[in-house]
Design a protein around this ligand. Structure first.
Ligand code: GRG
Length: 292
């Protein structure tokens, strides 16, 4: 297994899937589709769809995982577009480009986010309509992860805690829901499509949870230590926005220690999964040392 070749191959599958499975700007309303694709095609690491493909490749694999990978990236991109709006983080730069509301306008950005979210569910319903049980399982997984008790709930508590004390427990709630829920859902969806058994699906979910928590801790560290050029978004925004982060609550040294602990828990669980886990383990370890 060559890590760089494998991740590149997965990313190419995702890019081709985005091209195939999202409306083109030739479709009316052109402005809306242009804005959706502007944010989707701006790149990004594609971690969530890559994780879905990695989870899928653990098992015997009968079905096409690419539409589900695109659905996860659509939902993720919607959350970034809305997160950047002036009413939320008010960020002008995303994925190395002007944010959606800066490039277009706020109304178009709100609608592009809404449309990407809705499109994610349409894709899971449509592309897997020949396998209704799988389709429903994927819809259940993604809608739960994106809902008020997971991603949106985490974002809500993040905003609420900007103005009040935040305990370590509150911060873990925020990180586990705002970030880890979708990362975990992506890996779990891959395992569902490859028809792994219940034990493996629950293990995949746990791997994703710990990986997602590590991912957000590293994100907090990078915001405090990285450069705008490397990050493709404005560095130091968390402290400007008085965000509660691991670095603010625990300091850099303990944050790095915690990221190491949860990364190694994820790797240990991964070793219990059936199938060839070499790429997944390499990906988890690579994410701990990323620079963007
Ligand atoms: C419902 C109005 C409304 C808004 C929702 C839920 C939400 C807004 C925002 C939360 C999403 C968010 C910004 C979570 C933080 C997770 C995170 C680290 C995002 C960046 O992910 P990367 O680094 O980004 O994978 P790329 O660009 O590489 O895909």
């Amino acid at each position: 297994m060559n890590f760089q070749e494998t991740i590149e191959n997965y990313r190419l599958q995702v890019e081709a899937g985005i091209e195939k499975w999202t409306p083109s700007e030739q479709e009316r309303p052109s402005l809306l589709h242009r804005a959706m694709r502007y944010s989707l095609e701006a790149g990004g690491k594609r971690i969530r769809p890559v994780l879905l493909l990695a989870g899928y490749n653990l098992g015997p694999s009968r079905f096409d995982p690419v539409p589900a990978a695109v659905a996860v990236e659509c939902l993720h991109t919607y959350s970034l577009i809305h997160d950047d709006l002036p009413a939320m983080d008010d960020s002008d730069l995303r994925r190395g480009r002007p944010s959606c509301h800066v490039q277009f306008d706020q109304a178009t950005a709100v609608l592009a986010g809404d449309a990407l979210l809705t499109h994610a569910f349409w894709l899971l319903a449509d592309a897997y309509s020949g396998q209704p049980e799988l389709s429903v399982a994927l819809l259940r997984e993604l809608s739960w992860a994106g809902g008020s008790q997971r991603l949106i709930g985490g974002q809500m508590e993040d905003i609420i805690h900007e103005k009040m004390d935040c305990s370590a427990e509150d911060l873990d709630y925020i990180h586990l829901n705002k970030t880890a829920a979708l990362i975990s859902a992506a890996l779990t969806m891959g395992a569902l499509i490859s028809e792994l058994d219940g034990k493996n699906i629950e293990l995949a979910r746990r791997v994703g949870q710990n990986l997602g928590l590590a991912f957000q801790i590293i994100d907090d560290i990078l915001d405090a230590t990285g450069t705008t050029e490397n990050l493709g978004k404005t560095a130091g925004q968390d402290s400007v926005n008085q965000k509660n982060t691991y670095v603010k609550l625990h300091g850099l040294v303990d944050s790095r220690k915690r990221a190491r602990e949860v990364t190694s828990e994820a790797v240990q669980d991964c070793q219990q999964l059936d199938g060839d886990t070499r790429f997944l383990i390499a990906l988890i370890e690579w994410l701990e040392h990323r620079i963007n």
